[in-house]
Design a binder for this molecule. Sequence first.
Ligand code: IPD
Length: 277
Amino acid sequence: LGSGSGASVPGPQSPAPTLLAIIRKALSEEKRVSTKTSAADLVTETDHLVEGLIISELQKRFPSHRFIAEEAAAAGAKCVLTPSPTWIVDPIDGTCNFVHRFPTVAVSIGFAVNQELEFGVIYHCTEERLYTGRRGRGAFCNGQRLRVSGETDISKALVLTEIGPKRDPATLKLFLSNMERLLHAKAHGVRVIGSSTLALCHLASGAADAYYQFGLHCWDLAAATVIIREAGGIVMDTSGGPLDLMSCRVVAAGTREMATLIAQALQTINYGRDDEK
Ligand code: IPD
């Protein structure tokens, strides 16, 4: 960790049972669902409850630290990453899955100091898989070391993406056209699982060769970025330049060659920036 942050990466044990119990119980129940930026951008009372619990628990231990969190941002809090130790929290990633009881749902917590991502923790709530990554110390799933795939050829690749929240005709056209371009390049498949953080964990595990998305947020990316990098992978901007956590777009892959090929194939979908909302 950066000097004086006072925080340490959690071990391979599961997160607090109360948090998990809340998510698992709510997964099987009827939920009160609201929408945010679009009819496909969902939130439930459990997202709010879990975010509040995570932040209050962390605040007790690290009172001087800052937070960027999905539901606070939706309520108008500014997403600015300063040099201060900052926790970047997605209380339930895969909220649409959660609403439909589709069991691909995660909690994601990243931590940055001096604007550098230091560690990330992602918990797959139904499969009890804890993914962790700490800068310079490797990436693990339930204690087993993670390693990305070494594939460099799109025609041998399994590619993951997510649709993102915008559903206007122009955005959908670009989204489908990007998928079509990768299929024309003969990718073995393009998958959408409904949780960007868990898709990125599959990439870190070597179960897929690349990931790209327009319209994801810093809380979808922060923890996963450390995990992928520590598993030997590349996380970069869709322009081919360095990752910008606030830019709402990403390409990630097991190899730089693959990431570059995917980036070159994509047309940009503009979602603005997290730090300008
Ligand atoms: C969303 C999911 C979804 C992706 C969106 C994310 P949320 O996160 O990961 O798969 O398409 O871009 O924002 O809202 O479920 O936390």
